[in-house]
Design a protein around this ligand. Structure first.
Ligand code: AMP
Ligand code: MG
Length: 396
């Protein structure tokens, strides 16, 4: 049985990363992963300009003219100003080009009219309120390495850098299948022994949020023949993700079927919930995850294993955010596996607080309502008391 870091390392070592690239306009690149190093095409700012509405002048003229300069000319946004006449100040607006000959700006609130001239403060430093060309970034600077996932502000940065189209890794194709004789879709009445299926939807939607192209493989019965046929015919997916049947019960067939048609990397992780989880590869292209059927185990193993695997497939690295919080209740347990408790996190007086929610059974979905993160309990820990510091992993 592998520890969490060992299991993650085993996954990363076996990922065959994306090779196909799509080139897409910025507006379609949100959530996609850069496939090449992205470098700025221009300096930003592209030219020296004013940070304020005010007046531009040569700083040495202030001393020479006793802080009084006549106003001559104007520089507005999107235009090219005249050269500043020596011994004068030019009206200028935020973002407008600094005229040749000027090196300093004073905002209009600090300037007074006096006998047809402008009175400036005495102690203005050289370069005041001037945004320098290239002070943000320069043409050729690396903005993103390959593998970086691009969000709205990243795309705004690329737009400012003059990039219109971005090479991104083609989306992974992912098949999601639920297994279990007891599972039915909501909308039909339950027969004795049946339950409503819920993992497949959560998995599909989380994959879509990560930019994957999903195929809903539906629910299959715990029938090795049916499962083998489905999985063996699905090797042109990048990932196959199954739910249920991954443990050692008589009807837990998923692992056996994957072992027959593919190569298992590992099939147990020393975590709670989520111990019966298998990872491996089938054929030349597909990676598989056999996630446990218990809904909470499914959620935790998706976060811990599938998400990092998807980032790695895109040549990237999943973001990890671990914080320290004060527990507001106690939690006792037998040491052994690293444990993830569903928790409510909030901040109070500048400190993060964490409540281990009631109902940690891996079959209990109700507490998901209040869950916005996990408390991570170390393998050797016997739990914590209220007031102790704990490690938390916020969800988005
Ligand atoms: P398994 O991993 O197949 O042994 O299932 C463990 C538990 O999770 C059982 O109580 C199953 O009924 C339940 N379960 C399995 N698959 C799903 C699913 N897709 N949605 C909801 N519950 C499930
Ligand atoms: Mg089952």
């Amino acid at each position: 049985m592998l520890t969490l870091p060992e299991a993650c390392a085993a996954i990363l070592a076996r990922i065959r990363p994306a090779v196909a690239i799509d080139t897409v306009p910025l507006a379609q690149a949100r959530g996609r992963f850069a496939a090449r190093l992205l470098a700025a095409q221009v300096d930003n700012p592209a030219f020296d300009n004013s940070a304020m509405d005010g007046y531009a002048f040569a700083q040495r003229d202030l001393a020479a003219h006793d802080g009084l300069l006549p106003r001559v000319g104007e520089s507005s946004c999107g235009s090219r100003p005249q050269t500043l006449q020596a011994g004068t100040a030019m009206r200028i607006f935020t973002g407008a080009p600094l005229p040749a000959g000027a090196d300093t700006v004073v905002m209009q609130e600090d300037v007074e009219a006096e006998d047809g001239r402008l009175r400036f403060p005495r102690d203005v430093r050289l370069g005041n309120q001037v945004r320098r060309r290239g002070e943000d970034f320069r043409a050729g600077d690396t903005l993103y390495p390959p593998g970086r996932r691009l969000g709205a502000y990243d795309l705004a940065l690329l737009s400012a850098a003059g990039i219109a189209q971005v090479p991104v890794w083609a989306r992974p194709r992912v098949l999601v299948v639920a297994t279990g004789n007891e599972l039915v879709a909501p909308g039909t009445a339950l027969e004795p022994g049946q339950i409503y299926e819920s993992n497949r939807l959560a998995t599909l939607l989380q994959l879509e949020a990560l930019g994957a192209e999903t195929v809903d493989g539906g629910t299959v019965r715990d029938d090795p023949g049916q499962l083998r046929a489905l999985l063996a015919a699905s090797t042109d997916f990048d990932f196959i993700i199954t739910s249920g049947g991954a443990s050692v019960g008589d009807h837990d067939l998923v692992k056996q079927v994957f072992a027959e048609i593919g190569e298992i990397g590992f099939w147990k992780a020393k975590i709670k919930p989520g111990k019966p989880v298998a990872f491996g590869r089938v054929g030349e292209r597909a990676h598989f995850f056999a996630l446990p059927g218990n809904p909470v185990s499914s959620l935790v193993t998706f976060k811990l294993f599938v998400e990092p695997a998807l980032y790695a497939w895109h040549h990237g690295q999943a973001p990890v955010l671990e914080l320290s919080a004060t527990a507001v209740n106690s939690f006792r347990r037998t040491p052994g596996r690293m444990e993830f408790l569903r928790a409510r996190l909030w901040s109070e007086n500048g400190d993060m607080r964490a409540e281990a929610l009631r109902g940690q059974g891996s079959h209990m979905l109700g507490p998901i309502r209040d869950t916005n993160g996990f408390i991570r309990v170390a393998a050797e820990s016997a739990g914590f008391n209220a007031g102790e510091r704990v490690t938390v992993l916020p969800l988005a």
